[in-house]
Design a binder for this molecule. Structure first.
Ligand SMILES: Cc1ncc(COP(=O)(O)O)c(C=O)c1O
Length: 271
């Protein structure tokens, strides 16, 4: 059984080992190949494709509607299941239709609460192709690293939704994110970076000749942790030199302010 991952976020060594054999990574570097997915379907007959369609981690790219429709069409044609991780979409000011809505009969749609509500809930919602397929995968005897969703988290989140508090929390998170993006724009105004107002991370492509590993290490020695592009790549793939900065993690905006100022001192100016 083979799986296709589009630009996988495979930082864990165990993921990388698993990726050696059953996972095939489709990358958008050096440039997105429109027919790459169909070529893989023809050659290896994968069981499923995993996609992070909104604010891909680490590049921040959101897949266009046209590309979503294309992938849905190819997946249907070759009988490939779609696993769509839409964990960031609730923060987008203009979320796009998920691929899963274009091909619901073959799609597993995941909407986690970690990014938009609270990481501590450890809760995600799933839309499966049918109730029977969901029951078959999740009960009885889940063959994974968990048994079931924590009932306390599920009750808490259900209460938020019933009372409409989920919308209030989401609005507060979006407002905080807007403030953080304003700060980012102000501090990094003369640097090259890619992000979106609803995105919790930032991708900074580096000029040729700059080592992202060395730059990340230098920034870390000044007390700020950023990720270099190789930490997201499979072992066989050489990514472009870039770093990824999370702007959601710092506890307060003043911590982020100090972190971005430190980052800025290390970055090549390119605007
Ligand atoms: C791409 C992606 N999907 C989903 C999640 C959410 O994971 P969890 O709900 O287990 O915290 C994360 C968390 O970092 C993530 O990076």
């Amino acid at each position: 059984m083979r799986f296709v991952m589009v630009s996988p976020d495979s930082r864990q060594p165990r993921c990388r080992c698993q990726a050696e054999n059953p996972l095939i990574a489709l990358s958008r570097f050096p440039k997105p190949a429109l027919n790459a997915f169909e070529d893989v379907c023809k050659e290896t007959k994968p069981a499923a494709i995993y996609l992070l369609t909104t604010y891909q981690n680490p590049t921040t790219v959101t897949m266009s509607l046209g590309r979503r429709a294309h992938i849905a069409k190819i997946a249907r044609r070759y009988g490939v299941k779609i696993i769509e991780d839409d964990v960031y979409s609730l923060l987008s000011p203009s979320p796009l239709t998920p691929i899963s809505a274009m091909a619901p009969e073959i799609s597993w749609y995941l909407l986690g609460t970690a990014k938009s509500f609270a990481a501590g809930l450890k809760l995600a919602y799933l839309v499966a192709p049918t109730a029977d397929e969901a029951a078959c995968v999740f009960w009885p005897g889940v063959r994974a690293t968990y048994w079931m969703a924590t009932p306390m988290s599920a009750a808490l989140m259900s209460g938020f939704i019933r009372r409409g508090d989920d919308q209030a929390i989401l609005s507060a998170v979006k407002a905080e994110l807007r403030n953080r993006h304003e700060l980012l724009d102000r501090i990094l105004c003369n640097c090259r970076y890619v992000t979106d107002p609803g995105c919790l991370h930032v991708w900074l492509p580096l000029p040729e000749g700059t080592s992202s590993k060395e730059l990340a290490a230098a920034i870390k020695s000044d007390g700020v942790q950023v990720a270099d592009s190789s930490s997201y790549a499979s072992q066989t793939f050489v990514p472009p030199e870039a770093i990824r900065v999370g702007i959601g993690n710092p506890e307060t905006i003043s911590v982020l302010d100090r972190g971005l100022a430190t980052l800025h001192r290390h970055l090549p100016l390119s605007k």
